[in-house]
Design a protein around this ligand. Structure first.
Ligand code: ADP
Ligand code: MG
Length: 265
């Protein structure tokens, strides 16, 4: 896989004190349901530091997608606030790459056309744009499929396209909502490796939502463990395992068990 460089935030190559990339502060969300109010989120708070890989894990219905949509600026919190790099979120941000649970690709555009979509709204000239798109397609291992259309691709390949598209505009933060939920276990394991390679190459901050505890322990520096009814943070777990991680490692199983215990699985 090729390298795509991330930005040098300080401009001098120094590693200053990591900034708070995402701050979730007392966020609540109540929906007006058919049978009365639904408390999707109650007083959720946590931070994500610059360059960190954080997973949000919890059972179905605990408000993960709601939280994801509030952080992305696609939904308004009933109470509390989210800031990205210190700026309160009050709508969709440009400095954000989003990968949804469903693929959300443009079926009438090729892989190249999908990956390049966000760059068409920038003032990047055409040859530079083409180079950038090739670099990203290479990064996610899809060279050879540049001119294919989404319906011709497998689920795993579609999510690689979605990841490349999210990275195209070089966002500071990558937000992913159960992106690999629909692919088989073997493909998912491969996508985990690839995502971690991309993360290490680009040093993006990643916030990754999943209901799969093993997936969270494979990927995250820290795991925000949520509980349902109302959706809330149960605990934030530091995953103190070396990378690359092995599922056969006894330490791995301990973290999985501990988090499952917190969720009540
Ligand atoms: P998760 O992603 O963890 O499965 P969601 O954020 O999708 O959870 O949902 C949390 C709760 O909020 C669920 O009880 C769900 O039914 C409810 N909910 C989600 N979206 C809406 C909506 N637009 N209107 C009413 N209730 C909703
Ligand atoms: Mg969800």
């Amino acid at each position: 896989m090729a390298r795509v460089s991330g930005r040098d935030h300080d401009g001098d190559g120094s590693r200053a004190t990591p900034a708070r990339r995402v701050a979730v502060d007392g966020v609540s969300k109540t929906y007006a349901g058919d049978d009365g109010p639904v408390h999707a989120l109650a007083d959720v708070s946590f931070d994500v530091t610059d360059g960190e890989f954080v997973c949000i894990v919890g059972p179905s219905g605990c408000g993960k997608t709601t939280l994801f949509r509030i952080i992305a600026g696609l939904e308004e919190a009933t109470d509390g606030e989210v800031s990205l790099s210190g700026d309160p979120v009050d709508g969709p941000s440009r400095d954000l790459g989003i990968v949804f649970q469903e693929y959300h690709l443009f079926p009438w555009r090729t892989v190249r056309g999908n990956v390049g979509f966000g760059l068409e709204q920038t003032d990047m000239d055409e040859s530079e744009r083409a180079d950038r798109v090739d670099e990203l397609i290479d990064l996610v291992g899809l060279d050879g499929f540049t001119n294919s259309y989404p319906p011709q691709l497998s689920g795993g390949m579609k999510q690689r396209v979605a990841l490349a598209r999210a990275l195209a505009v070089d966002p500071e933060l990558l937000l992913m909502d159960e992106p690999f939920g629909a692919v088989d276990a073997q493909t998912r394991a491969m996508l985990h490796e690839e995502l971690l390679e991309v993360w290490e190459a680009t040093r993006k901050t990643v916030l990754f939502v999943t209901h799969d505890v093993e997936e969270a322990v494979t990927l995250a520096d820290r795991v925000v463990v949520m509980a349902a009814d109302p959706g809330r943070v149960r605990e934030v777990v530091d995953v103190g395992l070396d990378r690359p991680r092995e599922r056969t490692d006894p330490g791995f199983a301990e973290y999985v068990e501990r988090i499952r215990g917190l969720i009540g699985e």
